[in-house]
Design a protein around this ligand. Structure first.
Ligand SMILES: [Mg+2]
Length: 306
């Protein structure tokens, strides 16, 4: 969760920029100014990706499990409070006046395109919560949470696969070795496209869509963690891809954090990290709050752990 929030905040100022901008500006890893802010973001400020993930986290804890109408209502309260950024599709679904179980489907029926990465980007908290419950349960939860805002089953399957890779990593195993089993558990209609972007030799330059789409976003995150040796290198590589940098880095950061652990997330990045929560008063979560939240999600009795 911290890895995701840090990636989000680190990548946000570079959103829609070209490839290589981050490392051109911060050539030396370890330089202290990388959490630089810009583009309307304060240094260390997390964006909608993390804010929505916190909505999911607090619903899971307060409702004692997956309460989809409650998650949707929290998303709506957040969207109504004028967050600095919100995905176009997410905004439409949360404000079109339709109920929780019809809004995303109606958007997909009307627009035919709903395979953005906007559900993938907020999966770190639910990924932690369901990590103790096994593959089927975490993949099912990933699908249902994605479907709240994304009517395209491609987004559901991508989020389900990501939940499973997080589960494997959080349980101390190799998420890349788990890709074939995760694909086998995905819906057959979507297996092929994910098999392509999750293949060991796939590179983000081979993407056939902008990385705001779910397939290249997930593929790029897995590529960034698989081809680097540290949390820091993975997140730098993901931001250097350009495009939807906050979300690709949020997804990368979640997996990199699960693989490398909290101690691998640089203190110079977690120090300025903060998560404003529009629609939730003036609360701003800091590192310690995220760690507390993560501990409650990981240790909650509902998820099968002591
Ligand atoms: Mg964002």
């Amino acid at each position: 969760m911290v890895g995701s929030a840090v990636g989000d905040a680190l990548g946000a100022p570079f959103e829609f920029g070209a490839a290589g901008v981050f490392s051109a500006r911060f050539a030396e890893p370890g330089y202290g100014g990388e959490m630089c802010g810009g583009g309307g973001w304060e240094p260390g400020e997390a964006t909608d990706d993390t804010q929505m993930a916190v909505c999911v986290a607090e619903s899971l804890l307060e409702r004692g499990g997956l309460d989809l109408p409650d998650v949707f209502a929290r998303f709506q309260r957040w969207a109504a409070a004028d967050p600095k950024d919100i995905g176009l599709q997410t905004e439409d679904v949360l404000t079109n006046g339709l109920p929780w179980d019809g809004a995303a489907a109606e958007h997909f029926r009307t627009h035919h395109r709903a395979a953005g990465n906007g559900a993938l980007m907020r999966a770190a908290t639910s990924g932690v919560y369901f990590a103790g419950r096994g593959r089927a349960a975490t993949m099912a939860a990933g699908r249902r949470l994605a479907a709240l805002t994304h009517g395209d089953p491609a987004a559901w399957e991508g989020t389900a696969i990501f939940h499973e890779l997080l589960r494997v990593a959080l349980n101390g195993a190799d998420p890349f070795a788990a890709v074939p089993d995760a694909l086998a558990a995905a819906h057959p209609d979507h297996r092929g496209r994910y098999a392509t972007v999750l293949a060991p030799d796939w590179h983000p330059e081979q993407a056939t869509e902008f990385n705001g789409a779910v397939w290249p976003c997930l593929g790029s995150a897995v590529w960034a963690v698989r081809t680097t040796g540290s949390y820091e290198e993975a997140v730098r590589a993901s931001i250097d891809l350009g495009g939807d940098t906050d979300t690709v880095a949020a997804v990368t950061g979640a997996l990199a954090g699960a693989v490398h652990g909290i101690d691998a997330v640089p203190a110079r990045w977690t120090g300025p990290l903060h998560v404003p929560l529009p629609g939730s008063g003036t609360r701003v979560l800091r590192l310690v709050d995220l760690l507390t939240l993560a501990g409650r999600l990981a240790g909650s009795p509902e998820n099968g752990r002591p």
